[in-house]
Design a binder for this molecule. Structure first.
Ligand SMILES: [Zn+2]
Length: 165
């Protein structure tokens, strides 16, 4: 799973979750990536430094349909910047995230690209109620949340992927 900071032609910024960079490029070419604010499909990747993404540890936090707007008129974005010297803190966060990721892996079944389909089947009682994980698009994830389906973004540490994915 790759988290990308994206920006539309109108300057809205938002996060997109993709299987890989190539997945993002291919979805862009098919105009599947759209700005959650204005629906613009001309989406570009924002340049950003590598960062810890811990949002997967929290309840769903997808962009709201009506994002809080800052004084400048662009959507407000939550961000955290750790002091560069605090490697101890970064390590602690990384270890905590790994424990969470392992718990998720141990309690979910990988359904790959069928994530949205399976989540719906479970939600509507057409499939056994169980934990699943997999890949989906930001648009699809938003639709699922709007249908009342609980899901959370999941960015697995690279070394936990491998055969488990
Ligand atoms: Zn936009």
């Amino acid at each position: 799973m790759k988290v990308l900071d994206l920006r539309c032609e109108a300057g809205h910024t938002f996060e997109g979750w993709f299987a890989s960079e190539d997945d993002f490029v291919s979805q862009c070419e098919r105009a599947l990536v759209q700005c959650p604010v204005c629906g613009d499909a001309h989406v570009h990747k924002k340049l950003s430094a590598p960062r810890l993404n811990l949002s997967g540890a929290l309840p769903p936090r997808l962009p709201d349909t009506a994002p809080a707007t800052s004084a400048s008129g662009s959507p407000a974005v939550e961000a955290a910047q750790l002091p560069a010297a605090s490697t101890e803190l970064q390590l602690a966060l990384q270890q905590a995230w790994e424990r969470i990721a392992k718990t998720v892996l141990a309690n979910t079944v990988d359904v790959g690209d069928r994530f949205a389909e399976e989540a719906r089947r479970i939600h509507y009682g057409e499939a056994e109620n169980r934990g699943i994980r997999g890949r989906t698009t930001l648009t699809e994830a938003r639709d699922l949340v709007e249908e009342g389906i609980d899901l959370m973004p999941l960015a697995l540490p690279e070394h936990l992927k491998g055969p488990l994915q």
